[in-house]
Write a protein that binds this ligand. Structure first.
Ligand code: BES
Ligand code: MN
Ligand code: MN
Length: 457
């Protein structure tokens, strides 16, 4: 067989059963009890890359290892960096999964399991697309560096230093990433943006210990009340973030992109129904897609305070904590947002408690130029597979390393994703349309060929 696309069809059953093996290893980067599993996943992945015909190794870091693989047998052809992550989010709440999170299960054409969409299922498409070229042609149309990290879901703490220290080895014209989604079923997409992230914990402390809420209530500042006040001060009535200076660096999007967004087939009523909410809310003056793609936000991710067990306990707690994150857009930076947030919280904190802010992780927002040969290659590859020209779209989520790849390597990032809205990323019952595993591999087989053609010097 000499046609890599035909090879994909003939090997799809095997490709799928390998993917199931990949998905079965619980590579939960956030939990140290799974450090062994996470390493085993990296070793498994490196072995599959070797099987595919690349040279692979594990690069140790202070955290989870980086899987690095290379194939440089096409002198004169462009070099492409393929990035993804083999770690996954914790599976909790476990009792809401209809089938076990680490036992891949197909129901109604959907492959369910943690990591099916984010990102093992999508990353493995690249591994199999590379194999399909090498097995049929004995070569690739491009030179390739494959980099899979095991810490994306915990903020990539060790990847930035690695990229900085290995700029020569990672040098490339284009970075291809499949860790995002399509706009809708049957409608492929290319990303023009990712939001950034600034994530904090607010710790509020009051009296030496918990107190009787009848004896002391009214005379002592309750950290729970104080935290509620701080949180309430983060937004105004128009749904805007009320931290002074927060919007100073927010770039206004161009009229053309905003018009493209308006053209997309989005229906607020269907969106509401799908999410099970009776109304949508957000920053006044912007639509739902704009609010989630090109406008910054602030959200409470968790709150801890007081007695939450069975029955009533009349207690005045002496501490409270909230996790609060901001999604950022160009040209905001996590560092500036931190300074503004700290100043604001200091100003609104009532007397009688002390507040400490801890930064968890951050990442800068990314905006693409949606034109040029790499973008055109991806548009053609998607159109050949899905029969329709991809639409440009933004993403509300974050992939912090993308900005560093572009900045450190001088490369263009290309985000070609195959999950769908509603795929339950980070949630119970994560899934990927099973057919998209094969469609994705075919698209990437075509993409590599087209990148080889269009970027040839
Ligand atoms: N793949 C996601 C990001 C994503 C989701 C991009 C949907 C586009 C569409 C990634 O694995 C992720 O979850 N990132 C985290 C950030 C990280 C610092 C924990 C996020 O966005 O919360
Ligand atoms: Mn991801
Ligand atoms: Mn994720």
């Amino acid at each position: 067989m000499t046609d890599p696309i035909a090879f994909v069809g003939s090997q799809l059953d095997r490709f799928q059963s390998e993917l199931y093996d990949f998905l079965r290893i619980p590579s939960i980067s956030a939990k140290s009890e799974h450090d062994g599993d996470t390493r085993r996943t990296a070793e498994w992945l490196a072995a599959r890359l070797t099987d595919a015909g690349l040279t692979s190794e594990l690069v140790e870091t202070p955290g989870h290892p980086i899987v690095l693989a290379e194939w440089r047998g096409a002198p004169g052809a462009p070099t492409v960096l393929i990035y993804g992550h083999y770690d996954v989010q914790p599976a909790e709440p476990l009792d809401e999964w209809l089938s076990p999170p680490f036992e891949p299960t197909v129901r109604d054409g959907r492959l369910y399991g943690r990591g099916t969409a984010d990102d093992k299922g999508q990353f493995y498409m690249h591994v199999k697309a590379l194999e399909s070229h090498l097995a049929t042609r004995g070569s690739l149309p491009i030179n390739v560096v494959v980099l899979a990290e095991g810490e994306e879901e915990v903020g990539s703490p060790n990847l930035v230093p690695f990229v900085e220290a290995h700029r020569d080895r990672l040098a490339c014209a284009v970075v291809v990433i499949s860790d995002s989604g399509m706009f809708a079923e049957g409608l492929p997409s290319l990303l023009f943006s990712l939001r950034g992230l600034a994530y904090f914990e607010i710790h509020v402390k009051g009296a030496k210990s918990d107190l009787h809420s009848g004896e002391y209530g009214g005379a002592v500042t309750n950290p729970g009340n104080a935290l509620a006040r701080i949180i309430a001060s983060l937004h105004d009535r128009d749904g805007r973030v009320a931290v002074p200076g927060f919007y100073d660096d927010v770039a206004q999007w161009d009229a053309e992109t905003r018009e493209q967004i308006r053209q997309l087939p989005h229906d607020d009523r269907a969106y509401r129904a799908e999410l099970g909410v009776n109304a949508l809310s957000g920053e006044a003056g912007y639509g739902t897609l704009e609010r989630t793609w090109i406008r910054p936000t602030c959200d409470v991710n968790g709150i801890l305070c007081g007695y939450t067990g069975e029955g009533a306990k009349t207690v005045l707690p002496n501490r409270a904590m909230a996790k609060v994150s901001f999604r950022l857009v160009p040209n905001q930076t996590p560092a500036k947002v931190r300074a503004l947030f700290e100043a604001h919280v200091a100003k609104v904190t009532p007397p009688g408690v002390t507040v400490e802010i801890r930064e968890l992780h951050g990442g800068r927002p990314w905006r693409a130029k949606v034109e040029g040969p790499a973008f055109e290659a991806a548009a053609e590859a998607l159109e050949e597979t899905f029969g329709i020209r991809p639409v440009p779209m933004g993403a509300g989520g974050s992939i912090p390393i993308v900005v560093d790849f572009e900045g450190q390597l001088g490369a263009t990032a290309l985000l070609v994703g195959f999950s769908l809205p509603g795929c339950n990323l980070h949630a119970p019952n994560e899934w990927l349309p099973l057919a998209y595993f094969g469609n994705g591999i075919e698209t990437l087989v075509r993409l590599y060929s087209k990148l080889g053609d269009k970027l040839a010097s």
